[in-house]
Design a protein around this ligand. Structure first.
Ligand code: DSN
Length: 431
């Protein structure tokens, strides 16, 4: 069985040249191996993507775009970027792609730059309702440079309310409406969002970072043909390297997007990361990956059922995607306490605000639980149901000081260790 070990993980030279950093990389690999990773935005990328990201392509400056560079010696690099573009366009069924953004945030910044002027009104879901920082939060460039008029979820259903969004859009007349979220467990109707945009003359920008893998495998409706522009990261459900992309079907917008990314926002592209993105686009088109996404979604339902059977409340009553948003206040616990107590039981989740939140974002009444990473390492629905039950067990067994009761903690630790041992990370040939 092939297992990445500390030396094999391309670190032989690093150990010789910088043992301090090499040791920390080893420690992080151990940490990833020894925890049930349920952060909905994380995953474990392919060995091939790790190798491409650690390759000599990092040495090359390639400002510009394929066949139009500001440096010599780009003949190989051009081929890499063209392959990445071709693959991602085919994957998502669109005509134009920019694969140079370094992250989802810079992809969104470039998209706004292409679609709006500074000071124009943008309308995204409020951060505390499940939106993203870059969708208009007042502490982010998107809320500082643009007039951000956030929409919220329906307070009763805890879901998107398209009538409410239309009502607000008619009032504030946004230049851009953003759809796509960080902590929303239900399907999004891009058609309804586009209808709203058409009624008020706005562009529809879809940030599909969380659900890109579901879209690629047709397990969630595609933002195309409804979105004017689509942004995404490549490291969440898509399981690639940490990075971003921008897609469109509109030739004029594609030109604006390219200008916004370079020279508007970035200098030289990270060619090693673009190569790693190409690797993940290749795998995302495979039958094996489609099966992985289906399992990820089934695992999200199973973990949700485990938490629900244990007494916790799922926001919206369930999930249609890769994550559950969970109300832990029913256990008289805070998200902060459950996050910290789960950590001690080798389960990694993040505290998260929930709709109608009463606590601060540092404390919160909820947690967000996602299954892309554990599914990559082979967790089954049975495993996930058990983990869900254990999370609930922890939440309902906190002492007054917020720590889990020692006997319960010990039991859950034992379960976690057994599951982690049975599903080793970077072992075998599955990725
Ligand atoms: N911070 C990411 C998340 O956890 O959803 C989004 O960028």
């Amino acid at each position: 069985m092939k297992v990445i070990n500390k030396i094999e993980n391309n670190l032989k030279n690093l150990h010789a040249q910088d043992p301090k950093i090499a040791k920390l990389v080893d420690q992080e690999l151990d940490r990833q191996r020894n925890s049930i990773e349920l952060i909905a935005s994380e995953n474990f990328t392919y060995r091939g993507a790790l190798e491409a990201a650690g390759s000599v392509l990092t040495n090359k400056y390639a400002e510009g775009y394929p066949d139009h560079r500001y440096y010599g010696g780009c003949e190989v690099i051009d081929k890499v970027e063209k392959i990445a573009i071709e693959r991602v366009c085919k994957l998502f069924g669109c005509k134009y792609a920019n694969v140079q953004p370094h992250s989802g945030s810079s992809a969104n910044l470039a998209a706004y730059h292409a679609l709006a002027n500074i000071g124009d009104t943008i309308m995204g879901l409020a951060l505390d309702n499940g939106g993203h920082l870059t969708h208009g939060s007042p502490v982010n460039f998107s809320g500082i440079y643009y007039d951000s008029q956030s929409y919220t979820l329906n307070k009763e259903t805890e879901q998107l309310d398209y009538d409410l969004i239309l009502k607000q859009a008619k009032k504030v007349k946004p230049k851009v409406i953003v759809a796509g979220y960080s902590a929303y467990p239900r399907k999004i109707s891009f058609k309804k969002m586009r209808d709203i945009c058409n009624k008020v003359g706005a562009y529809l920008l879809v940030d599909m970072a969380h659900i890109a893998g579901l879209v690629a495998t047709k397990q969630h409706p595609n933002p195309f043909p409804y979105a004017h522009v689509v942004t995404s990261t490549t490291h969440k459900t898509l399981r690639g390297p940490r990075s971003g992309i921008i897609l469109t079907n509109d030739k004029e917008l594609a030109k604006k997007i390219n200008k916004a990314v370079f020279p508007g926002l970035q200098g030289g592209p990270l060619m090693h990361i673009i190569a790693a993105k190409a690797v993940c686009f290749k795998y995302a088109a495979s039958a094996e990956y489609k099966n992985y996404i289906k399992k990820t979604m089934a695992n999200a339902k199973a973990i949700g059922k485990g938490m629900e059977d244990g007494g916790l409340r799922l926001i919206t009553g369930g999930t249609d995607n890769h994550l559950c948003l969970v109300d832990v206040s029913v256990a008289r616990a805070t998200g902060k306490q459950v996050e910290a107590a789960c950590d001690k039981a080798f389960i990694t989740v993040n505290k998260n605000t929930i709709p109608n939140e009463k606590l601060s974002p540092f404390v919160t009444s909820g947690i967000r639980v996602g299954t892309p990473a554990v599914t990559t390492r082979g967790f089954t629905e049975k495993d996930c149901y058990k983990v869900g039950q254990n999370i609930a067990k922890i939440a309902f067994n906190l002492n007054a000081n917020g720590n889990c009761k020692p006997a319960v903690l010990k039991e859950v630790q034992k379960d976690s260790k057994a599951m982690l041992k049975a599903r080793p990370l970077y072992a075998g040939s599955q990725y």
